[in-house]
Design a binder for this molecule. Structure first.
Ligand SMILES: Cc1cc2nc3c(=O)[nH]c(=O)nc-3n(C[C@H](O)[C@H](O)[C@H](O)COP(=O)(O)O)c2cc1C
Ligand code: SF4
Ligand code: SF4
Length: 265
């Protein structure tokens, strides 16, 4: 059976978890598709489709929403949704589930995995979650993978798999609206310490929204395109990007070594 997992990951946590899922689901041969660099795949070539991203202010990473919104399936292709989160997942999974169903897929599984935090404001305050996932969370993740494996086998044998429902909570919906209206989800104006910037252009490549242009060897930010994902800030190897509130602290350049160890395949 062939499958594909379309993922959006800003600092690698979700990508790492997708690699783990792909290696553990024995009944499906998965390809991984990075939605920031690849076109919408030909889904008819696959028997099972996964959508995976990170939690962004109680919702899925914005690029994933746009990506799913551009997909139209006219057959009920089996699909699953997955996301990683740092503190509180809010409606991230239920929004993705709803979007995937609206795009014409049949949702058969859904899971959210607690992992280390990559949100600089929290890391700066000492909230890093570096022990996540704990044993129970890891067991639940593995149970989700086993379910996926069994359902894939059922589909392969022509069996019927029930459609899954993921309910959202109105409280998170309202809370998110308030956070957005107060601009709590905004990174703010970004600048560069030119004296420490090495002109490597990694920030510009890391920006999935085309908001960074390299000009005379230094990044220039188009604030109208910026979606406040912190990828440029987190991944700059020199910690040269700063804002009024965040300068030189709170970075999460790549998956925490403890997470890498737990999700080793
Ligand atoms: C801008 C931003 C917003 C975030 N919002 C949330 C959130 O609302 N709830 C949560 O639990 N984690 C939140 N996180 C943490 C990430 O979802 C988490 O660390 C995730 O694993 C990052 O995945 P990635 O490395 O694949 O991008 C946020 C991170 C960022 C950068
Ligand atoms: S990633 Fe950092 S060092 Fe590299 S170009 Fe961007 S700001 Fe400069
Ligand atoms: S410029 Fe904005 S959208 Fe682009 S990587 Fe930086 S924070 Fe994310």
């Amino acid at each position: 059976m062939k499958g594909i997992i379309c993922y959006f990951s800003t600092t690698g946590n979700t990508k790492l978890a997708c690699g783990y899922i792909s290696s553990k689901v024995r009944n499906v041969e998965f390809e991984l598709c990075d939605i920031t660099t690849e076109r919408i795949p030909k889904f008819s070539d696959y028997d099972l489709v996964g959508f995976a991203t990170y939690c962004n202010f109680w919702a899925p990473g914005k690029l994933m929403k746009t990506f799913i919104g551009n997909v139209k399936m006219n057959q009920k292709k089996p699909a699953f949704v997955f996301n990683t989160f740092g503190q509180m997942n809010g409606n991230a999974l239920s929004i993705m589930a709803k979007d995937v169903k609206s795009a014409g897929f049949k949702l058969i599984e859904a899971h959210a995995l607690h992992v280390p935090e990559n949100f600089p404001p929290l890391i700066k305050n000492g909230t890093t979650n570096e022990e996540a996932p704990n044993i129970t969370e890891l067991e639940k993740f593995n149970a989700f993978i086993e379910n996926l494996n069994n359902k894939a086998k059922q589909i392969c044998n022509g069996g019927n798999v029930e459609e899954k429902n993921v309910k959202g909570k109105i409280l998170y919906k309202v809370g998110r609206k308030i956070m957005t209206s107060l601009k709590m989800d905004s990174i703010g104006k970004k600048e560069v310490h030119k004296e420490i910037c090495t002109s490597c252009s990694l920030c510009s490549k890391a920006c999935s929204y085309g908001a960074i242009k390299m000009v005379n060897g230094y990044p220039e930010f188009d604030e109208t395109k910026c979606e406040s994902c912190y990828a440029c800030f987190n991944r700059c190897p020199s910690k040269a990007i700063y804002t009024k509130k965040f300068d030189g602290v709170g970075h999460y350049p790549k998956p925490h070594p403890k997470l890498v160890k737990k999700l080793k395949v």
